[in-house]
Design a protein around this ligand. Sequence first.
Ligand code: ATP
Length: 473
Amino acid sequence: MTIVGVDDTDSRSLGMCTTYLATRLGERIQEAGATIERRLLVRLNPAVKHKTRGNAALALHTDLSADRAFDLAREEIAARSIGEDPRTSPGVVVADVDPDDAGSVDATGEDRGIPSDVVRFAKGALRRRHELSVTHSLLESHDLRHAGFAAEGCDTEGRGRIGALAAVGAFAAFEEWTHEHIAYREFDRCGTPREVDRDSVFEAADSAYSTVWDTVDRGADEAVCVPNAPGPILYGIRGDDPDACRAVAERIDSEPVDRSATFLTNQGTDAHIEPGEIGSLRDGAGYQVDCVVLTEPETRRGGHVFVELASPDLLAQPDSLDPEFVDPDAYDPDDRLLGAAFEPTKRFRDRVRDLRVGDRLTVCGEVSHRDGSDRSSEAPTRTIKLEKFAVRDLVRTERVNPTCPSCGRSMASAGRDQGYRCRDCGTHAPERDRRPIDRDLEIGWYEVPPCARRHVAKPLVRGGFDAPIHPER
Ligand code: ATP
C-alpha cells in the first residue's frame, strides 16, 4: 500500500485548496488504473502560525506503486499550486507501508506499517510546532520519498512536508474519525459568489441532524457548510456517517457541482485537546482544565468576554463554593488562567457572562501566552481561548446584609467582628444572610455555536461527554 501526504498547496493566485489538489490527484491515480482506499483530511495544530485557514493536510491511501504515486503528486503540485503567493510552500511525502499495520517491521527490519516515530510525529502535529529540520531527519531516517516546492519569494522550501508527513502518520495516530463530503465548483467560477439555495441547505441539514452536524447555524441563520473564502469548495457536509453526508449533499440546490469527494477526517473529534492543570500549560496546545471562577466575567472593547480562572486545589476552603473563599490575590499570575470568549463566538459569550465567582468548571481550548497588550503584569500569564466548558457546580446563594425583623430594612455592619445592626431599631444579627440566586446556567457542557467552531473541535451533539450536554445547532 502507498500513502501519499500533501500539504501547503493553497495558492491565492490559482484559487487552490489542498483538498481539491488531493481530489484531482486521486482522479489521476484512478486513471492510472489504481484504487483509492481512503482519502484523509487531517486537521493539524490550529495554533500554527503559517496556516492559511484551517491547517489541513491530506493523505491518499492507494494501491498504486509509491514511485508512480510520487511522480503524479509532484506533477499535480507543480501544475496546480505554485502561484504567486509567497506563503505557499508545498510538500509531498510518500510512504510504501501498510496503514493498518502501524509500527511493525519485516524480517529485514524494514517498516511494514507506519513507523512508530512517524505516528508520534502525527500526534504531536496537533499540539506542538514541528521544525522542518526534524521533519527532514525523520524523512531521511525512514528513506521516505519527499519533495518540497516554493512559490517565488517564499522563505521556506517545502514547509508543507511537515503537514504531509503528519498526514502520512495520521491513520495510526488517531482513533476517532468522522467524514466530510466536499462538493467543488467549476474551477473558473472560483472567486465569484457561490450560488447555493439557502432554504435547501437548511432543509437538508434538518433531514439528517444529528448524524450530520455543523451544516448550518440555526441561531445565526448561516449556512456554515458554504465557505466564504475564495477557492473551489462549494460546500462541505460533515458528519458521523459518509452516506448520510452524501445524502444531505444530494438535497442541496446549487450551481453545478463539478466534482466531489468524501474524506475520512479528524474534524469534530477534539484530537487537539488533552487534560492539563493550570500552572503547567504549554503555549500553542489545546487543553481540558478543571478550574474555579475567580473573577466576575468582563466584557471588553470589541465585545470579547474574559473571566479569570484558577485551580480549585488552591481554594481557601476546597469544599466550598462560597465566593468569599475565592481570593484572587492568593493566586499569582502563573496560577491563574484568563478564559476568553472572543466576539466571533457570538451567543456563547452570554453563557460565559452567566458565570459567577466560585462556579466550578472544566474548560477546553487552546492556550497562549499573555500578549504584551494585556494591561497589568498582575494579569494571568496565560489565556485559554474557550471552545467549550462544563459547569460542574454552581454557586446558588449569595451573602447579603441581614434584614431587620422590625422595619424590614437592610442592617449595616456594627464594626469588625461585631455582626450587623439596624440603626433605626437597634436590632442585631450575628452574621450575613444567604439569599438564593437564580442561575441561567445548568450543570453540563456548553459550546461555541457552529459558526464559531474550530474544525477539529468536537460538537457536543456527537456525544461521549461526561455530563449533560447543551448543544448549539
Ligand atoms: P487550508 O485550510 O486552506 O488548506 P491551511 O490552513 O491548511 O490551508 P497550509 O497552507 O496548509 O494552511 O499551511 C500550513 C503550514 O503549516 C504547512 O506548511 C504545514 O506543513 C505547516 N504545519 C502544519 N502543522 C504544523 C505543526 N504542528 N508544526 C509546524 N508546522 C506545521
